[in-house]
Design a protein around this ligand. Structure first.
Ligand code: PMP
Length: 310
C-alpha cells in the first residue's frame, strides 16, 4: 500500500514547517486513545487556473473548534485564526490541482491516563492532492451495515472525533468485503443514520429526505448546503427519522460529504434505487455544487474562500 504524497508544508506546534518535521511522539495521548478531532476541507482549482476555491472554510473551522470543545481542548486559536492558518498554508503550498486539507486538534500530552481535561492540546494542518475518490458516474452499491452507528452518549457523533472513526472503518471494511462500495449505518433506534464517511439523502414522493442532526449523524456541511440548494430550487426537504424500509422504495438516493462530494446510489442491499441511473434531483444537486466550486457564476459564491496561487 502506497501512502498518498503530501504537500511539502504543514502547520505544526504553532508554526509552518516542512512536512517531514511534523512528527509526534509514539506516547502521544491522541495516538494512544483516539483523543483528537479533525476537519476535512476541499479546495478546488478554479477555471482560471490560478485560484483555489475553498468550500465553506469558516463553517469547517467552526465545526472543528466545536469538536475540540467536546474534547475540552484548550487552544489559543479562534475559528478565524484557524481559517487564516489554512489559507496561508494553501498559499505556501501553491497547489495547481484540487486539494484536501486536514486540520487536526489533538491531545498532544504524553500522560498515561485516558482523560480529556488537563492534557496539553495542539493544532496541526496538512494537505494533499485529491480528485474524485469515488467514480461519480457509476452509481454506488451500498449495504446496510450490521455495525451500529456510534451514538451521542457513547462518543459524540456530531463531532469528527478520531476514535469514532473505528466505527466507520468497521462498516467500510464489511461493505468492501461483501463487494459493496460503502455502508449505511443505522442508529440505536434502528433508524437510518448515515454512510461511513458521508451523509445520506433519499427522495420519496418527489421530496428530499435526510436524517435530522439528532440521528447520531455528523453535522455535515455538504448536507447543510444541499438542504439550502434544494429549498431554493423549490424542492421540498424533510429532515426527519428515516426507516430502513424507506431506503428500498426510494426514488433516488445519494451520499454527500467533503470526500465523496455528491455520489448517486444505484442500489442498497442489492435492491435497485429508482431505475439504477442518476436521478434528476441528484443531478441537480451535483450540477449546483460543482459549478459553484469550480468558480462558475453561482448565487452561492459567498461559500468560497478564494486563495490566489502562483
Ligand atoms: N459523516 C461522516 C461520518 C463524515 O466523516 C463526513 C465527512 N466529513 C460527513 C458525514 C460529511 O460531512 P461534510 O459534508 O462536512 O464533509
Amino acid at each position: 500500500m502506497v501512502d498518498t504524497p503530501l504537500f511539502p508544508n504543514a502547520f505544526f506546534e504553532g508554526e509552518f514547517v516542512p512536512i517531514d518535521q511534523a512528527k509526534v511522539s509514539v506516547a502521544t495521548h491522541a495516538l494512544q486513545y483516539g483523543t483528537g478531532c479533525f476537519g476535512g476541507i476541499r479546495g478546488y482549482l478554479d477555471h482560471d487556473g490560478s485560484t483555489i476555491n475553498i468550500f465553506r472554510l469558516p463553517d469547517h473551522t467552526r465545526r472543528l473548534l466545536q469538536s475540540g470543545m467536546l474534547l475540552r481542548a484548550q487552544l489559543p486559536y479562534s475559528a478565524g485564526d484557524v481559517a487564516g492558518i489554512i489559507t496561508e498554508l494553501v498559499r505556501r503550498n501553491a497547489p495547481s490541482q484540487n486539494v484536501y486539507i486536514r486540520p487536526f486538534i489533538y491531545k498532544a500530552g504524553l500522560e498515561l491516563t485516558p482523560r480529556l481535561s488537563g492534557v496539553r492540546d495542539q493544532l496541526a494542518v496538512y494537505m494533499l492532492p485529491l480528485n474524485d475518490y469515488l467514480d461519480l458516474n457509476t452509481p454506488l452499491r451500498l449495504m446496510v451495515s450490521s455495525w451500529q452507528r456510534i451514538e451521542d452518549n457513547i462518543i459524540p457523533s456530531r463531532a469528527k472525533i478520531t476514535g469514532g472513526y473505528i466505527n466507520s472503518s468497521l462498516a467500510k471494511d464489511q461493505a468492501a468485503e461483501g463487494g459493496f462500495d460503502d455502508a449505511i449505518l443505522l442508529n440505536r433506534e434502528g433508524k437510518v443514520s448515515e454512510g461511513s464517511g458521508a451523509n445520506l439523502f433519499i427522495v420519496r414522493n418527489g421530496a428530499l429526505v435526510t436524517s435530522p442532526i439528532t440521528a447520531d449523524i455528523l453535522e455535515g456541511i455538504t448536507r447543510r448546503s444541499l438542504v439550502e440548494f434544494a429549498r431554493d430550487a423549490g424542492v421540498t426537504v424533510e429532515e426527519r427519522a428515516i426507516d430502513r424500509s424507506e431506503l428500498y422504495i426510494a426514488e433516488e438516493a445519494f451520499l454527500c460529504g467533503t470526500g465523496v462530494q455528491i455520489a448517486g446510489v444505484g442500489s442498497i442491499d442489492g435492491r435497485p434505487i429508482g431505475n439504477g441511473e442518476r436521478g434528476p434531483i441528484t443531478a441537480r444537486m451535483q450540477d449546483t455544487f460543482f459549478s459553484l466550486v469550480h468558480g462558475e457564476e453561482s448565487p452561492y459564491r459567498r461559500y468560497l474562500t478564494r486563495v490566489t496561487i502562483g
